[in-house]
Design a protein around this ligand. Structure first.
Ligand code: AMP
Length: 114
């Protein structure tokens, strides 16, 4: 069996995280190395390796996580806008092999991204 990712360890309560939302399907917590004044990660409790591993059956879960992000952005006061990012695979610098959204806000962002 492959080793647990750091996010699976957070889901299982083996390492701490600053949790801002939890329900039966997903967990949201502050990124340990924030790239903006607000930087929250939203992860499914189901182990999905990356965006490239999503399947049809994950559609409702994906939609649920999108609405959790929308609610969190409002709760965290991101009235001026925010950015939602998914890094998929090595070229995008995905560093944790457990699918996750980054919710970033509280400052202006450039486009295109680096
Ligand atoms: P990615 O590079 O898209 O895979 O994003 C992984 C993110 O997880 C990075 O922004 C890391 O700073 C963050 N991260 C890694 N370990 C932890 C942790 N223990 N708690 C919170 N965030 C973490």
């Amino acid at each position: 069996m492959s080793e647990k990712t750091i996010f699976k360890k957070i889901i299982d309560g083996e390492i701490p995280a600053e949790v801002v939302h939890e329900d039966e399907h997903c967990l949201a917590f502050h990124d340990v190395a924030p790239q903006a004044p607000v930087h929250v990660l939203v992860i499914p409790k189901k182990e999905i390796r990356s965006w490239a591993h999503l399947t049809d059956e994950d559609g409702p879960l994906y939609g649920h996580m999108c609405l959790v992000i929308q609610r969190l952005a409002a709760e965290l006061g991101l009235d001026g806008g925010y950015r939602v990012v998914v890094n998929c695979g090595a070229d995008a610098a995905q560093s944790v092999d457990h699918f996750h959204f980054h919710l970033l806000g509280g400052r202006k962002f450039d486009w295109p991204p680096g």
